[in-house]
Design a protein around this ligand. Structure first.
Ligand code: HPA
Length: 265
C-alpha cells in the first residue's frame, strides 16, 4: 500500500449509520480473518477517514455474527490509528433517558461466542484494559458534543451482551447490581481488538430505549426510529471530532503502547 493511500482515522457506525459518507470511495479489504464488509474512504477537511458500517450496508449482519477481527484488522491494514465508534444502547441506570448521549469510560464483556483476541498463539499476549477506552479520544468526543450544546454523560459502564435477543429483566437487574449503566450488543470485542492492535478507540453511545423491565416491551423498530432521529446530531459530533484529531497520532495514551510489557518475555 502506498503512503498516499494510508488512512489514519476511522469511524465505526452501528444501527442507522449505513451511509455516513454516501459519495465516498468504497473498498473491500482482505485480512487473514476474512474479507471485511464494504468500507468507505472519505475526506473531512484534509483528513482521510475510513467509515465502516459494522452491520453491513443493508444492516444484514447481526451483532453476534459481525467479523470483528476482520473489521479491526482491515482498518489497521489501512494505517488507522484512531477510531471513533457509535453504539445504540439501552439504559440500565434509572437516571438515564431515551435520547441521552453517553461516552462510557469502562465496559463489561458478557458476550459468549465471539472470537475475542488476535493472540490465540505464542507469543502469549495480555493486554492491559485498565482504561478500556482511549482517554484522549473520549475527551475530544465529550468536548465536541458539549461544544454543540449537547448534554453528555461522560461516565458510564457499558455492558455488552451476546444478543441478538434483548435481555430479560432479571439479567438487566443483575447488570445493574454489577455496576452497569448502559447495555449494547456490539461494544465487545471491538474495543479489545482495537487495543490489541494499539489503535486508539472510544465510543459515543446514545440511549435508544430503557432496558428490559424498565419499559413495557422492547422493539428493534423503536431502536431504529430513535437512531434515525439522533443520527444527524451524532454524525455532527463525529465529524467535529475528526476535525480535532491530529493527522497522525502523537500522544501518550495506554493504546499507543499497549503491546509494551504485554508479554512475559
Ligand atoms: N439491549 C441490548 N442492546 C441494545 C439495547 C438493549 O436494550 N438497545 C439498543 N441496543
Amino acid at each position: 500500500m502506498r503512503n498516499s493511500e494510508k488512512v489514519n482515522i476511522a469511524v465505526i457506525g452501528g444501527t442507522g449509520f449505513e451511509k455516513l459518507f454516501k459519495s465516498a470511495k468504497s473498498l473491500r479489504v482482505k485480512t487473514p480473518y476474512g474479507t471485511a464488509p464494504v468500507l468507505f474512504i472519505g475526506t473531512v477537511d484534509d483528513r482521510k477517514v475510513a467509515f465502516l458500517p459494522r452491520h453491513g450496508l443493508n444492516h444484514s449482519v447481526p451483532p453476534h455474527r459481525i467479523n470483528y477481527r476482520a473489521n479491526l484488522h482491515a482498518l489497521h491494514k489501512l494505517g488507522v490509528e484512531q477510531i471513533m465508534s457509535t453504539n445504540a444502547v439501552g439504559a440500565i441506570n434509572r437516571d438515564f433517558q431515551s435520547g441521552d448521549v453517553v461516552v462510557p469510560h469502562d465496559l463489561i464483556d458478557f458476550t459468549k461466542t465471539r472470537p475475542t483476541t488476535f493472540y490465540d498463539k505464542a507469543p502469549v499476549t495480555h493486554i492491559d484494559m485498565s482504561q478500556p477506552y482511549c482517554p484522549e479520544i473520549r475527551k475530544l468526543l465529550i468536548q465536541t458534543a458539549r461544544g454543540k450544546g449537547l448534554q453528555v454523560r461522560d461516565k458510564a459502564v457499558l455492558v455488552c451482551t451476546e444478543g441478538p435477543r434483548y435481555e430479560t429483566p432479571a439479567e438487566i437487574e443483575m447488570f445493574r447490581r454489577l455496576g452497569s449503566d448502559i447495555v449494547g450488543m456490539t461494544g465487545c470485542p471491538e474495543a479489545v481488538l482495537a487495543r490489541e492492535l494499539e489503535m486508539c478507540y472510544a465510543t459515543i453511545c446514545y440511549v435508544s430505549n430503557m432496558a428490559a423491565g424498565m419499559q413495557q416491551r422492547l422493539s428493534a423498530l423503536e431502536v431504529s426510529k430513535v437512531s434515525k432521529k439522533i443520527l444527524p446530531v451524532i454524525q455532527e459530533v463525529l465529524i467535529g471530532t475528526v476535525k480535532g484529531l491530529p493527522l497522525k497520532r502523537e500522544r501518550d495514551c495506554p493504546c499507543s503502547s499497549a503491546l509494551r510489557d504485554a508479554r512475559f518475555q
